[in-house]
Ligand binder design. Structure first.
Ligand code: TXA
Ligand code: MG
Length: 361
């Protein structure tokens, strides 16, 4: 009996090879070989690390769901390296897709279109549409080209955890479950791509990201809307991107976002810290370079300078993960509704907080 159980355990465990990538390194060829043979390979993109498989192979796509513990109704994004590859995966390529691709590909924009019959339902979570993106990262593009197939890839985290922004995060979540991880160092953007649905009369943003509504509507010369369930997460509406309905990114500690004028936010967080300390609870704060000296919490982390919204986006997931390594029980975070990508940052932060927000006035 004991023998059988340990055998089973042994079969499930897989040695994970971590390969550092510099452009042209032979390690990419090794990962491409794994993908061609129906296996999984994690790789860097400019947004977050992805967990890739041959998008045309239903068995390979299924392995992604198992490794991540992902619900099977949550479709995968298909990554391509050339514009022409879009015709392998989409049944109809709207004219607006070409305009957006010319403006933003390779880059952090995913477009949803009608899928063609070559893309299996396993890849699209049973939907008749497909989400496609051309990533702007040399290792990702080289991996797709060398694999010779479009690559289905969700973020390379365990379902529910923050997306990985460095290879160590992928190792923490998926080591022993996948054969290979390409380590390209920390990513540049740090939050997932903007998703735009082109199958509706008016283009709809299903997930906000680095490419903003204003940039999209300027390129298309017409109105673009944001999925109302994403704008008002408490409205009870169901988001159009299946993945947006799940709790995400949540650290183990309770996370509460405190929004308002800077001085009032600092006072409120200190007041709450004192109350928690009186009850023997350890607290943390996600602050900025400007405010970090004013807090009394046990663990104070600066996300960057308030004016540097790119840095805020780039650091968010690493900070949420780092809190899991300590013994902080309650984390208070400042709000980061910055001018350009603030909507994307706040979407992720409030999701991590289960929409728990205190507004001070
Ligand atoms: O930046 C990114 O997009 C990263 C990197 C690896 O490319 N990928 C990523 O994948 O964030 P994932 O699986 O974590 O998020 C994909 C999101 C989910 O919310 C999913 O529901 C949505 O895209 N999605 C995929 N296909 C869709 C479709 N056909 N219609 C609507 N939503 C779709
Ligand atoms: Mg994800």
């Amino acid at each position: 009996m004991y023998q059988k159980m340990s055998e089973r355990k042994f079969l499930k465990y897989m040695q994970t090879k971590i390969i550092k990538v510099e452009t042209g390194h032979t390690g990419i060829a090794e990962a491409a070989d794994v993908i061609r043979r129906g296996g999984l390979a994690a790789f860097p993109t400019e947004t977050v690390y992805g967990l890739g498989a041959d998008a045309l192979n239903p068995q390979a796509a299924k392995k992604i769901y198992t490794a991540k513990g992902r619900p099977s109704d949550n479709p995968l994004i298909v990554h391509i390296a050339e514009w022409e590859d879009l015709f392998t995966v989409a049944r109809e390529v709207p004219g607006e897709a070409k305009r957006l691709a010319d403006a933003f590909w390779p880059g952090p924009l995913t477009m949803v279109m009608k899928k063609n019959e070559r893309i299996p339902c396993e890849t699209t979570g049973g939907l008749d549409t497909v989400a496609v993106r051309m990533p702007n990262h040399p290792a990702a593009l080289s991996l797709i080209r060398q694999s010779g197939c479009p690559i289905a890839a969700p973020s390379a985290n365990t379902s529910g955890r923050p997306s990985p922004t460095e290879a160590a995060h992928v190792v923490a979540d998926l080591s022993g479950k996948i054969p290979v991880i390409l380590d390209g160092g920390p990513v540049g953007i740090g939050i997932e791509s903007t998703i735009i649905d082109l199958t509706e009369k008016t283009p709809v943003i299903l997930r906000p990201g680095y490419i903003t509504k204003e940039m999209l509507s300027q390129t298309l010369g017409r109105k673009v809307v944001i999925d109302s369930a994403v704008v008002a997460p408490d409205s009870g509406k169901i988001p159009k991107a299946p993945g947006m309905k799940y709790r995400h990114y949540a650290p183990r500690a309770d996370l509460i976002v405190v929004t308002g004028e800077r001085q009032k936010v600092v006072s409120k967080i200190n007041e709450l810290t004192d109350k928690n300390h009186a009850d023997g609870r350890r607290t943390g704060v996600i602050a900025t370079d400007e405010t970090k000296h004013f807090y009394r919490a046990d663990q104070i982390v600066s996300i960057g300078a308030r004016a540097d919204e790119d840095a805020i986006a780039r650091h968010l997931y690493r900070i949420l993960r780092d809190f899991d390594r300590g013994d902080t029980q309650i984390i208070y975070s400042e709000s980061f509704a910055t001018p350009r990508i603030g909507q994307a940052i706040m979407n992720r932060l409030l999701k991590a907080a289960g929409n728990h927000e205190i507004i001070v006035s």
